[in-house]
Design a protein around this ligand. Structure first.
Ligand SMILES: NC(=O)c1ccc[n+]([C@@H]2O[C@H](COP(=O)([O-])OP(=O)(O)OC[C@H]3O[C@@H](n4cnc5c(N)ncnc54)[C@H](O)[C@@H]3O)[C@@H](O)[C@H]2O)c1
Length: 235
C-alpha cells in the first residue's frame, strides 16, 4: 500500500494521538486538526506530522485542513457526557455541526473516505445484551444524541454522494494504562481498537461498526460503510 494522505481531527487527543502514531508508523502522511481544548501538543511531540490549529465549528478552517487528503479520521469532539448535559448547545455545535463541516469539506475536496468516531452512548441504557449492530439506538445524554445525529449525517452523505464513503465506528469505553501524553511515551501500552468483539471484550474494551465491512487490518478497527445512490424522492 502506498503512502496515504490522512487528516486526523482531534489528533492531539487521547485516541486520536494514538491513531496518529499508528498512521505515521505505517508510513502515512498525516495532518492533524485540533483546537487543543482537551488535547495536548505533547501527544504529537517528535512526530513528523503537520499540525493545523483550528476549530471544527469553522467550515473554512476544516476545509483548509482537508485539502489534498484521501482519508479523514474524524475524532475531534467534546466527549464529556456531564458537559453535554450542562451545555448541550456547545456539544451540539462541535459534535454535530463540526461533523457536518468535516463531511462538507470532504465532499468539496473529493475525499475518498471519512471515518467517524461514534460512541455506544447512542444506545442509552439498552437492556439488550450483548449489544449488537441491530440493537435499537436510544440515547439518553445530549452527547449520545450528538453522536447519533452525526452518524446519521455520515450515512446520509454516503447515500446522497455515491462516490463518498463514510465509515462509522462505535467505541465502547477505551481504556489505556496511561492516557494521553504519558501513554505515548510508552507506546507499547497504547490503545488499539479490535476488529473482534469477543477478542476486545476479553481485554475489557469493545469496538464495532454499524454494519458489515471490516476496515483495513492495519487500522485494527472494525468498520462499516453504507454506500448507496441517492434517487429523487428517496429520503
Ligand atoms: N475515550 C473513549 O472511551 C471514547 C468512547 C466512545 C467514543 N469516543 C469518541 O472518540 C473520539 C476521541 O475521544 P478521546 O477520548 O480521544 O477524546 P479527547 O478529548 O482526548 O480528544 C478529542 C480531541 O478533539 C479536540 N477538539 C475538541 N473540540 C474541538 C473543536 N471544537 N475543534 C477542534 N478540535 C477539537 C480536542 O482538543 C481533543 O484533542 C471522540 O469523538 C469521542 O466522542 C471516545
Amino acid at each position: 500500500m502506498g503512502r496515504m494522505k490522512a487528516l486526523v481531527t482531534g489528533g492531539a487527543g487521547f485516541i486520536g494521538s494514538n491513531l496518529v502514531h499508528a498512521l505515521v508508523e505505517r508510513g502515512d502522511e498525516v495532518r492533524v486538526l485540533d483546537n487543543f481544548s482537551t488535547g495536548n501538543r505533547a501527544n504529537l511531540e517528535r512526530l513528523d506530522v503537520e499540525v493545523v490549529e483550528g476549530e471544527l465549528r469553522s467550515y473554512e478552517r476544516v476545509h483548509a485542513a482537508t485539502r489534498g487528503v484521501e482519508v479523514v479520521y474524524h475524532l475531534g469532539a467534546l466527549g464529556s457526557v456531564p458537559r453535554s448535559v450542562q451545555d448541550p448547545l456547545t456539544s451540539n455545535a462541535v459534535n454535530v455541526e463540526g461533523t457536518l463541516n468535516v463531511l462538507l469539506a470532504a465532499r468539496d475536496e473529493g475525499v475518498r473516505r471519512v471515518v467517524f468516531s461514534s460512541s455506544t452512548s447512542v444506545y442509552g441504557t439498552s437492556p439488550h445484551l450483548p449489544t449488537s449492530e441491530s440493537t435499537p439506538t436510544d440515547p439518553i445524554s445530549p452527547y449520545g444524541v450528538t453522536k447519533l445525529a452525526a452518524e446519521r449525517y455520515c450515512i446520509s452523505f454516503s447515500r446522497v454522494y455515491h462516490s463518498f464513503e463514510a465509515v462509522v465506528l462505535r467505541y465502547f469505553n477505551v481504556p489505556a494504562r496511561r492516557r494521553a501524553s504519558t501513554t505515548l511515551r510508552r507506546r507499547s501500552e497504547s490503545f488499539s481498537a479490535s476488529p473482534s468483539r469477543s477478542a476486545s471484550s476479553r481485554r475489557g474494551r469493545e469496538t464495532f461498526a454499524t454494519r458489515g465491512r471490516t476496515s483495513p487490518p492495519r487500522a485494527r478497527s472494525s468498520a462499516t460503510s453504507r454506500r448507496s445512490t441517492w434517487r429523487p424522492g428517496s429520503s
